[in-house]
Design a protein around this ligand. Structure first.
Ligand SMILES: C[S@@+](CC[C@H](N)C(=O)[O-])C[C@H]1O[C@@H](n2cnc3c(N)ncnc32)[C@H](O)[C@@H]1O
Length: 224
């Protein structure tokens, strides 16, 4: 393992706002923060989750824009989420936390008490092979998990370069499930000129933009 990665892992371990449970703990019992995130943030503000957050660009930017909300970035890769965790630490942003875990364990971390009413899913791996469809972060299987803890009015934002994932989510999830589609865009930089959708660019988004790919967006309700 590279020195840089080890340094980031070590620093993550010192941050109070980074949670890194041991996988085995989650299989046996829920995480101790489940239902208690308001005590961590020391307020009862609503919470947004960024799923597959990588460096947490949306988590950090939205937390600065909307200090009256709390933000939690989740990713399995500790060296990636360290970037956002480090910025939150340096800039003393108190409405941010990160969790290093697999999204499949997400119900071990949250329940209805946590006030989660918004999910951002930013450039998730599209997982085009049928055998891996349950791994798509917008799959029905995972949406069912999100519904276990999210509020009835929860909004989902999907930002992706993948036409495959955009079409799958639109037709096989939103339409098939009777979810309400609030907004859709096949090319956000053509359709918008302000707001977080175009003012925040993630690490992967910058790569896809350099390659000339169009960025797609769907905003929909989690519940029918
Ligand atoms: C293509 S990257 C996008 C990262 C970031 N949102 C961005 O746009 O730069 C996908 C991210 O999702 C994470 N990821 C994929 N599947 C995951 C899962 N099941 N649980 C947690 N993280 C996952 C990966 O570790 C990776 O950081």
């Amino acid at each position: 393992m590279g020195k840089n990665k080890l340094k980031r892992f070590a620093e993550n371990a010192t941050f109070d706002h980074v949670f890194q449970p041991v996988q085995k703990e989650l299989v046996e019992v829920d995480h101790e923060m489940k239902g208690k995130w308001h005590s961590f943030f020391k307020n009862d503000h609503p919470i947004t989750l960024e799923l597959g957050c990588g460096g947490g660009e949306y988590t950090v930017d939205l937390a600065k824009r909307y200090p009256e909300r709390n933000y939690i970035g989740i990713d399995i890769k500790g060296a990636r989420l360290w970037k956002g965790a480090r910025i939150a630490y340096d800039e003393k942003l108190t409405n941010i936390a990160f969790i290093r875990t697999r999204i499949h364990n997400i119900t071990s971390f949250f329940n209805q008490e946590d006030g989660i009413d918004e999910l951002w899913i930013t450039f998730p791996d599209p997982q085009p092979r049928e055998g891996k469809s349950k791994k798509r972060l917008t799959s029905l299987a995972l949406l069912e998990k999100y519904r276990e803890f999210a509020h009835k009015n929860c909004i989902v934002h999907l930002k992706t370069d993948s036409r495959f994932l955009f079409d799958y989510t639109l037709h096989e999830v939103i339409k098939a499930e009777g979810l309400k589609l609030h907004t859709m865009s096949e090319d956000v930089y053509q359709d918008y000129n302000s707001g977080p959708l175009v003012e925040v660019q993630t690490f992967y988004e910058k790569i896809w933009l350099k390659d000339g790919l169009k960025i797609h967006y769907l905003q929909f309700t989690l519940f029918p």
